[in-house]
Design a protein around this ligand. Structure first.
Ligand code: DGL
Length: 270
């Protein structure tokens, strides 16, 4: 048994890397649904069905706890999965809440009513499906009042990163940041709401300027999961064998992943 980590493609590897650094003795089984990526331009129904299928595949590997290391799946499918589909002995957690807790300076489990926070203007960069779901605004409203969120759907960015085209990715970051700043000239914080985007975090920071605090998910999610597993050690699983599974072509995905994370990664067919 191990903890499952899921993304539509390679983006979740940025989260996996932080999880492994934070919990080196924990086994993780990664599943990339590369055959169906990107999810960011799909309908919510499609994303829900694909995410349920991938989660079941990770259950077959003995992972009772699955992390959706994908904002698009967390935004479009997680709530419905938790409310209508998940068996009592399984858990699925997303990547949104740890980031929102960081922006709103909340501790885990603090269910007090929404309150005023320091940050008043937040820029959200995410896939078109995540932006359309408005899940970020919904989760934020549970915790904070008086925060203005301006969201920018970053069309094309996931594709450029999956293709390994860094120049195109950086050019897209600059044009998406410019588009957002035209609507919200002075955000205090920017949230990178897609697990692919940490790969171009430096480009976001440069385009936004030094007055904007950039929140990136991997470390926040790793800290939240370490804390969760301390409280729920039975979800840790006994296994020691980590592996990488893909619904795509393992050879092609391994080579992209190796390029993506700049270390050797070998995927097997899911
Ligand atoms: N990396 C995923 C996310 O965090 C989604 C990318 C995609 O498939 O569009 O949103």
């Amino acid at each position: 048994m191990a903890v499952g980590v899921f993304d539509s493609g390679l983006g979740g590897l940025t989260v996996l890397d932080a999880l492994v650094k934070r919990m080196p003795d924990q086994a993780f089984i990664y599943l990339g649904d590369n055959a169906n990526a990107p999810y960011g331009t799909r309908t919510a129904e499609d994303i829900y069905n694909l995410t349920c299928a991938a989660t079941e595949r990770l259950w077959d590997e003995g992972c009772d706890l699955v992390i959706l290391a994908c904002n698009t799946a967390s935004a479009a499918a997680l709530k419905r999965m938790q409310e209508t589909w998940l068996p009592a002995d399984k858990r699925v957690l997303g990547v949104f809440v740890p980031m929102i807790e960081a922006v709103t300076e909340r501790q885990w489990g603090d269910n007090s009513p929404p309150r005023e926070v320091d940050v008043k203007h937040v820029a959200l960069f995410a896939t078109p499906a995540t932006v359309a779901s408005r899940a970020f605004q919904r989760e934020l409203a549970y915790r904070a009042i008086g925060v203005d969120v301006e969201a920018q759907p970053c069309g094309g960015l996931v594709d450029a990163l999956e293709q390994g085209d860094e120049m195109l990715a950086e050019a897209l970051v600059h044009s998406h940041v410019e588009a957002l700043l035209r609507r919200m000239p002075k955000p205090e914080a920017a949230v990178l709401g897609c697990t692919h985007y940490p790969l171009v975090e430096a480009a976001f920071a440069e385009a936004l300027g030094e007055d904007v605090k950039v929140y990136s998910q991997p470390k926040l999610v790793a800290a939240a999961l370490a804390d969760y597993l301390d409280r729920r050690p039975e979800m840790r699983g006994a296994g020691t064998a980590s592996k990488f599974l893909t619904t795509g072509d393992p050879k092609r995905v391994s080579s992209k992943a190796t390029q993506f994370l700049r270390r050797k990664i070998s995927f097997e067919a899911a």
